[in-house]
Design a protein around this ligand. Sequence first.
Ligand SMILES: Nc1ncnc2c1ncn2[C@@H]1O[C@H](COP(=O)(O)OP(=O)(O)OP(=O)(O)O)[C@@H](O)[C@H]1O
Ligand SMILES: [Mg+2]
Length: 260
Amino acid sequence: MTLLCRMLNLRVTYHRQASAALDLSALDITAGERLAVIGESGSGKTTLARALAGLLPETARCEGEIRWTSEMPPQPGRDLGFVFQDPSSSLNPVLTVGEQVAEGARQHLNLSWSQAFRHARDLVASVGIPDPDSALNAYPHQFSGGQRQRIAIAAALSARPSILVADEITSALDMVVQAQLVALLDELVRQAAMTLIFVTHDIALASGLADRLVILKDGRLVECGATAQVLERPQSDYTRALIASHRTLSSRSLLPGSAE
Ligand SMILES: Nc1ncnc2c1ncn2[C@@H]1O[C@H](COP(=O)(O)OP(=O)(O)OP(=O)(O)O)[C@@H](O)[C@H]1O
Ligand SMILES: [Mg+2]
């Protein structure tokens, strides 16, 4: 297992906020792992994802360090793909799907526009958009919410990044579409051996995808461990409550293969 990065005493405070949005003493990320960041609204998930990606807004003050094992921190759009919670933040409404999915490849893979468009066509097909040729010439609003997130994933993968950060990409979608998107991510990440940071408030969704779970509460790390270990032997009351509340809401078991 190769270390990808180590966060140390990472503390993020937004302008005019009394308390830190994120306060982590230490967290390591291994290259090629699928890490889920779980927590309720306001727990600091997006702050963690953005800090990692170097995409914090200017109003955020970041202390501590993120030590990358690579020579340079990953460059967003090239080495690191980011898919936002709201597809309208990932996709530009006035550009065609083709232009947006081709852009990263054109910029970072040294492809001409026509080569980049062929690459975009393959990506759009690989994320399961029907009729990819006509999809390239369409605009984001012509697609459903789930399809827009698929297109946003394709755009994030344009430059073949080694890290993909998916920030609550399923939260606005119904359960069937959520499961389809998770299956898609699973396949794409496996094929390209990418590191995945999957941000969600849904511990069940996370458990189906991630090797390791990080549980945040009020900007602090409550618990962190291998998925099965956290589900079978949660160390904190908060994690136990998260698991229990899920069990109350759904009859699905969190652990694959275990009958309830
Ligand atoms: N741009 C900002 N300016 C000021 N405060 C912010 C900003 N972004 C986030 N915060 C605050 O920082 C804390 C953590 O927010 P963050 O968005 O990281 O949480 P989250 O876990 O992603 O929540 P959600 O599930 O709602 O997306 C919250 O208290 C939030 O109000
Ligand atoms: Mg968020």
